[in-house]
Design a protein around this ligand. Sequence first.
Ligand code: AKG
Length: 299
Amino acid sequence: MRKITDAEIKHFDDHGYVICRGVLASDELAEFDRGSRGLIDEVLVGGPADKWCMRGPEGVPYYLTYLHHQPNNFSLRLLAHPFIGDLLTRMVGPDFISCYESLVFKLPTNGSSVPWHRDGNTTEGGERIFNIDIYPDRSTPANGCVWVVPGSHKWDKARAQEMIRRGREKFELPGAVAAETGPGDVLLHHVKVLHGSTVNKSGTLRRVVYFDNRALGWNERYNWFPADIMAKRCMLYQHALLTRRQHPYASDDETFAYTPPRGMPILRPGEPVDLLCAREASSHSKSDLGDIPGTEETA
Ligand SMILES: O=C(O)CCC(=O)C(=O)O
């Protein structure tokens, strides 16, 4: 299966984003399409997934959080894709832990905008903190693709905040580029690169699954999450790997081997796993979803 190249990693380091083409095979894409449509349909009729789905500035649903907790057959296996395990080992370190997962969607003709922002839980250090953004659809300026300002992950906070302010008055920012993608492509965006997107007025649906991952060592330094949440999330990732091993796609020709970081629990066969792994004490209502990547407004 495809791996990220050194040239792609260099592009990411230099510009704060990179698009890796053609990562997902067609059988996985078909399940991704089917499962994510099912969840969006459930949100639109006010079903159980709806209470996990936030509205954007136009008041339309667009951000379904805690994706693995929503019944589906694609998200855990997607997390376990060897492309992801390999790139996290090389770019974050072998002690990576999967911390966030969401499905962002832009409905046809009435798809939410996402104002310019940096993501939550950034640092002033030089850690490679990024989201892995996986596309089942063609994403273009017409259907509200993500735009980025290359290099802005290296800006200081004041400069970033000033550009965010400008971008909220008028979306077009100097130097911004459209991150156009196709089905099966993967975009990596640094949490500090300025990014945002416009409304979708086209007739096509545009979806992205976002995974945010952090090294256990970074969490010890910055205390984003309590140790027990990291332990639960480590179990969740092991469960995802097991799920993909037990239910492979026909196109799978390898699995990813993960060694849980020292001090983290090891999943035993048949052990129950918390698919929510709530990061907040009470994360059931939309009002306490404020630290989700993509929702924080400041640099
Ligand atoms: O998918 C989009 O349009 C943007 C979402 C986003 O910026 C984020 O989750 O950080």
